[in-house]
Design a binder for this molecule. Structure first.
Ligand code: SF4
Length: 345
């Protein structure tokens, strides 16, 4: 059997349907917090392979036009993260194991949201270690963090989802991307974010990491506001909340919720039922959210109008994505609602 190399891993990844494969050596993770450190999942890990599948630009079309939402949850989020991308990751893991090296496919979770138990052995961390997948992708040379914290690549801009394989095979790492070579801090993301969650540079809210000699910095996004918006409690982006809770007044800009608090509220509302009345005959608190939760266990509402759509539009307009389209994405003026759900002329 041919030797396993970075080149053969990449060729196998593309053959498995992936749109990108990047490789980091384990040394690039030495400063990761213990509960997020890949070495605490697989202590013999020598290489971290980050896998990527693109988000088709067209999954944003329906929300952009204000006429169709569900394909974004299916093809841009849930099924892309739980089916399309993992298939390629799984196939690549099998390819690596066919070469006699262990391959640990890791589904990207969120370290802070998983309860940690007592360590099962002395001197090690407790269960539920989850690496930060976007930082791993930076370490694997696939791209860099945009100001909005969305991961950016030269080929697709902000349109990809990521996975990971840990292996004890020693593979040639990819070079790191130069900080600032993809995100030019145009601030389109912050201006257009319906959740008003992305700070401007003058606010001084940033996050920094260092990998080897490179320092990456991005905006410290208000995840409470983002979650309230992404998961449907912001009438600036959700015609569904306006329709089913017409009297609700909740100005997201005034909220100071943690991400967890926002999740708790959003999922309670989305999964909620109430008695059927003439006023609300279906019995769901918000019909669309309940329907999506029942069919996919997920519902995405804002369509990333700042962190993906505005970013993508600016990157395409200024020729900064390698993936080209014949026509620009935005074809009509953007629709806008205020926090009461009323159309802004
Ligand atoms: S997901 Fe929506 S609310 Fe969150 S940062 Fe992106 S545009 Fe803003």
């Amino acid at each position: 059997m041919a030797e396993l190399t970075a080149q053969t891993v990449k060729e196998a990844g593309y053959a498995a349907g992936l749109d990108g494969v990047g490789i980091a050596n384990i040394e690039r993770f030495k400063d990761a917090p213990p509960q997020m450190n890949v070495a605490n999942i697989f202590p013999e890990c020598r290489s971290v392979i980050v896998t990527m599948r693109r988000i088709p630009r067209g999954v944003y079309r329906g929300i952009e036009e204000g006429t169709h939402w569900s394909n974004y949850t299916y093809y841009g989020y849930n099924r892309l993260n739980t089916l399309f991308r993992p298939i390629g990751t799984y196939r690549l893991a099998c390819f690596i194991e066919d070469h006699r090296w262990e391959a640990v496919p890791v589904y990207p979770g969120v370290a802070e949201t998983e309860p940690t138990g007592e360590p099962l052995r002395e001197g090690q961390v407790g269960p539920n270690v989850f690496p930060a997948i976007r930082i791993a992708a930076v370490a694997a040379g696939l791209g860099e963090m945009g100001w909005s914290k969305v991961f950016l690549t030269k080929r697709f801009g902000p349109r990809q989802r990521l996975g990971m394989i840990l292996t004890d095979a020693e593979l040639e790492p990819d070079p790191l991307i130069e900080p600032g070579s993809i995100c030019n801090r145009c601030m389109a993301c912050a201006r257009e974010c319906g959740g008003h969650a992305i700070p401007l540079p003058r606010e001084g809210k940033t996050v920094q990491i260092q990998i080897e000699d490179k320092v990456y910095e991005w905006g410290d996004v208000d995840m409470g506001k983002c979650t309230l918006t992404h998961h449907g409690l912001n009438k600036e982006v959700s015609p569904f909340l306006s329709r089913d809770c017409p009297g609700l007044r909740l100005n997201v800009t005034e909220q100071e919720m943690s991400e967890e608090e926002a999740y708790k509220l959003c999922y309670t509302v989305a999964g909620g039922t109430w008695r059927k009345t003439d006023e609300f005959p279906t019995g769901n608190v918000v019909d669309y959210y309940k329907t999506m939760l029942q069919s996919t266990s997920y519902f995405a509402v804002c369509g990333a109008n700042g962190c993906v759509r505005a970013c993508m539009i600016d990157m395409e307009r200024t020729g900064r994505t390698e993936g080209k389209f014949s026509e620009p994405f935005r074809k009509r003026p953007k629709w806008r609602l205020n926090h009461e759900g009323r159309i802004v002329e």
